[in-house]
Write a protein that binds this ligand. Structure first.
Ligand code: TXA
Ligand code: MG
Length: 305
């Protein structure tokens, strides 16, 4: 059941969550499949619904930065700086976990990933639930993340108690994940908050691995459409995503601005999938730093392993 984000429906969603059920919620990045983060039985439902391996940890969403200390050690110097600069927003910080965070939530790791989402519906829900929510992207394992409710998987829709429709997600790709659990600051998953922006905020160098396998589950298999996809320099009349005027109905014109491109990427890939063609193509964007997170997702979309 897909509901509008009015106060009554948010209250209903909060009560489903408090009862240990799954709710699909909007965030500014992508839709999330949410459950009580500190309730092992509720979290287990997320893994089952997604078909996600138990070793792939979840992000815990909180309403405000001060709540991070209830879940994690926040004494890393970068935490205060990054949380005040980027939260609420599309940045996830991995920190040493406290004992109240169940192992099932963190995939057995002694760290926990935390973020304050920048979406009024997500924040209203978190406040009304009054407890942290684990929420991976609301897709089945290895499928595309949904940035619009239209692209939610039919099987997932059957399983969840309800969906709150918050409209299209403004950022469109998943949050930047940074590791603050050891020395220094490492980017585990690139996102629209870049390593360069984080380095400027901190006044120090940030480790950014272009294709880091450091984030468990950030595997090559993620984010793939069902259709075979390849990168090309010139689309011609082939189906796919380009920057130029569409030449036929199997082509989608993408924005030349990276933020706008990211916002439309998963929606456009899902639309291409619906055409059910044997193959489609994506015109290579520039190889500059501001396209880094998009390239990361494109590489995942084209990989066939
Ligand atoms: O934008 C987002 O982050 C979305 C929205 C819904 O908030 N969520 C999301 O969650 O993308 P998910 O589960 O699809 O991706 C979480 C990523 C995975 O790559 C996971 O391995 C990593 O974060 N992660 C979670 N906990 C971690 C930990 N303790 N250590 C290292 N990586 C972790
Ligand atoms: Mg995901």
């Amino acid at each position: 059941m897909i509901l509008n984000p009015n106060a009554e429906n948010i209250t209903r969603a909060a009560s489903e969550l408090r009862n240990g059920n799954l709710v699909i919620i909007p965030t500014e990045t992508v839709y999330g499949l949410a459950a009580l983060a500190l309730d092992p039985a509720a979290v287990a439902k997320i893994f089952e619904a997604k078909g996600r391996p138990a070793t792939n940890p979840l992000i815990v969403h909180i309403a405000e930065a001060s709540q991070a200390a209830d879940l994690a050690e926040v004494n890393h110097a970068a935490f205060a700086i990054l949380s005040s600069r980027f939260w609420p927003g599309p940045l996830t910080m991995v920190l040493p976990k406290k004992d109240n965070v169940p192992d099932v939530t963190t995939g057995g790791l002694d760290t926990v990933a935390v973020r304050v989402p920048n979406h009024p519906v997500a924040l209203a829900l978190l406040t009304e639930v009054g407890a942290p929510l684990a929420a991976p992207s609301a897709n089945r394992y290895t499928a595309l993340s949904p940035s619009k409710v239209q692209h939610l998987d039919a099987q997932l829709l059957e399983i969840v108690a309800l969906v709150i429709d918050g409209g299209p997600c403004r950022i469109g790709i998943e949050s930047t994940v940074v590791d603050l659990s050891g020395e220094g600051v490492k980017v585990l998953r690139p996102g629209m908050i870049s390593a360069a922006e984080i380095a400027v905020a901190l006044g120090e160098k940030v480790d950014s691995h272009a294709d880091s396998p450091l984030s468990p589950g950030h595997s090559q298999k993620h984010y793939a459409p069902r259709t075979k996809v390849s990168i090309t320099t010139d689309l011609g009349s082939k189906p796919g995503l380009s920057f130029g005027e569409p030449q036929n109905e199997t082509q989608i014109q993408m924005p030349s601005d990276p933020a706008a491109y990211a916002q439309e990427l998963y929606d456009s890939l899902a639309t291409m999938d619906q055409f059910a063609l044997p193959e489609f193509f994506i015109v290579a964007p520039p190889e500059t730093a501001e396209w880094h997170a998009i390239w990361d997702r494109l590489r995942k979309a084209v990989s066939s392993d």
